[in-house]
Ligand binder design. Sequence first.
Ligand code: GDP
Ligand code: MG
Length: 441
Amino acid sequence: LNERLTGVFDRITGRGALSEKDVEEALREVRVALLEADVALPVVKDFIARAKTAATGEDVIRAVKPADQVIKIVYDGLVDMLGGEEPVPLNTNATPPAVVLMAGLQGSGKTTTSAKLALRLSKFDKKKVMMASLDTRRPAAMEQLATLGQQIEVATLPIVAGESAVQITRRALQSAKLQGFDVLILDTAGRITLDEGLMNEVAEVAQIAKPVETLLVADSLTGQDAVRTAAAFHERLPLTGLVLTRADGDGRGGAMLSMRAVTGLPIKYLGAGEKVDALDVFDARRVAGRILGQGDIVALVEKAAGELDQAKAEKMARKLAKGQFDLDDLAGQLNQMKKMGGLQGIMGLLPGVAKLKNQMAENNVSDKMIDRQLAVINSMTKAERKKPDLLNASRKKRVAKGAGVEVQDINRLLKQHRQMADMVKSLSKGGGKNLQKMASM
Ligand code: GDP
Ligand code: MG
């Protein structure tokens, strides 16, 4: 995937403006690259459609270098497809023991991952962890977990010959409860292929153990097979997340991209080797960067985003110079403030805003409030944002409901907007110079 994408970006680097043809050509290459990386076709189609909308939508600013822009669009799309920017932490909030159930095919890495997870929870999170093997079919599998437990100094349930998976589950639950363990990791048996017996067994164990997390462990090297496996398990088990193993051996990333899109489940960890400490918290940004194959992709993206902001700011400056300032402009300013490290930083910079700054301080304006204000503006129709006067009592009520706030919050926002709009109008009479500066800061 890397090489092909790098090629696309090289070709559009250095051209003046990004034409629709450029976008289509680039996205065609991206499409082939994703398919070659073994990403499922419907996922690719959806991705390309969304990237195309973004690339031809309003947000594209001609002044920014085209290659940077396409990279940013594709990167954002990948991050989105991989589940967004924020890693989803493992949930262990439950009446102890919080049960984590590991499911998956044989050889996918369940036992290894159980130990990796146990090590992480006990070492970093200072949890008291117990592991139990439910793999009754292969005695060696129970020994394997016990050995790993000794190695990482985590307790394992003593092995009793002749018990069924369900019996072991009951004993593990009771024992973990009595001995005050915080977390109980259940390592299940796998089969080479999916079969009913296996599914019934895991489903029954899940019913008894009521896990807070049911993780499907899948081998990322098996590509589309891993995706099918995930879908099949997801039908039978209330899965809460995915662990993709052998990420250390996968340069293509195709399984990761499809897996999340097809199941809708968050990828929580990546297995990155055979050692017990080779478990990474899944970070969509890092994986997206790696897939794009540009070492400094994050820096590049930040630069492109900066240029986009700059170009947007200039666009706004031109509007402001004409004395116009609607609620969309206010939303733009609020977003800008958030990015620039909050209100305190930016307000001090604006000319002639000291008074407003004090007012806002009096009104206890915080970054949280910025988010609330943005939610209010987002709940308005386009027409209302352009012409705030349209907002009569019933419309205000609707907006308040949509944004989850009170009508008085809407009134406060409108008052603030009016003040800013008035200020813009009066400043624009002074020739607009100040405003050019103000908007681009
Ligand atoms: P299980 O049958 O699902 O319990 O799979 P195991 O945990 O026994 O793992 C099968 C093999 O895969 C072992 O040799 C592991 O060392 C190896 N393995 C597991 N996870 C990873 C990983 O993330 N990277 C690599 N390279 N090997 C792994
Ligand atoms: Mg095993």
